[in-house]
Design a protein around this ligand. Sequence first.
Ligand code: ADP
Length: 445
Amino acid sequence: MFDKVLIANRGEIALRIERACKELGISTVAVHSTADADAMHVKLADECVCIGPPAASESYLNIPQILAACEITNADAVHPGYGFLAENARFAEILEEHGIAFIGPTSEHIRLMGDKIKAKEKAASLGIPVVPGSEGPVTDDDAAALAEEIGFPVLVKASAGGGGRGMQVARTAEELPVAFATARAEAKAAFGDDTLYMEKYLSHPRHIEIQVIGDGRGQAVHLGERECSLQRRHQKIWEEAPSPALNGDERDAIGATVAQAVAEMGYRGVGTVEFLYEGGEFYFIEMNTRLQVEHPVTEMITGIDLVIEQIRIASGAPLSFCQKDVRYEGHAIECRINAENPSTFMPSPGRITQFHPPGGLGVRMDSGAYAGYTIPAYYDSLIGKLIVHGRTRNDCLMRLRRALGEFVIEGIETTIPLFASLVAEPDIANGAYDIHWLERYLEKP
Ligand code: ADP
């Protein structure tokens, strides 16, 4: 097992990883920018190293500085969290070249899944159902013929895509040239790579993803699904497990398909295979080769600590459980608490004057916020995640309503009022929502 892990991240996820390390008896090194000197992840770590000025490009994305921090603290592994360098294949490679373990998959698997065209080809070859669409990149010349073949509406997507950028819908042949040009320009600007592909646009799917974990030696298990259809601009805001739309047989079938594929790849570590789900069918969209923001809902219903498993596997240990040991208990919901105006979604950085998070049975708060903490304006606006567990989905919703009512954050605006209104919506209570539901709801006067 590792002696010392450096956490190349900030905020709630850095704290989450520190907690796992402490339970395993591993020392922790926090890194931080000058803007984060007072952050909780810095205060709770055994050691800390300042790696640069506020801009992420000069601190949390600065590979030479992070390597130097590993060298001076003698860390033997790096946990990248999510975002920042978590899916940077070159970073994983550089660490390996320096004899430092990367707590994640091999650089080869990160690179493969980072290319969405190759990822889709690989998934299909492993027997995972994919969205019908182009095979390989699409050029300006074959776009029209291909779109006719797939059938309108179509979605033009960037091969290097992420965060919903470089994605355009064309509903008719007339709309296609503009959609194509816009996606190309967006992809070029965001990723420096304007390779595009095309998919059938599904009109009212749900977003359902499968959590997997592999030992890198051909063994893999799945931990069921997460339902992440409540999205605004392709960003998830509320996630739950299990999905209100799946039954046990569907779960076991798609889970087994995914676990088998991941085992065949020889995948090491945790990963998430994302699907759209419509009309009882699953359609692969991408695989994320890292821990996800929404991993706690899976932990709450399985009792399995995904970060501890991740660290154990990266240190060379086998999986500590097999498929038949995985049991699902009750229901869990996560709300992403952002420092944002709940109607306009404008960021609201600043000083938190009062902070009283909810507690009690079945309530988990993953957050680095505290009274007197000033949220810097340089990073994303996630300040914490409220995760609630109950014996049934209804118990979980009632507990969530109670927990939101108890939550006090003063000095900044947060998305808590949005969640309080969502809990009261009949469609939410009935689990009757798809990926477009939230945007329609937010448009209502
Ligand atoms: P990114 O990597 O940019 O997040 P994804 O491929 O994961 O892109 O898709 C993000 C979101 O876009 C999905 O959760 C879904 O809401 C929507 N989406 C993606 N592909 C399709 C499709 N073929 N039809 C309809 N919606 C889609």
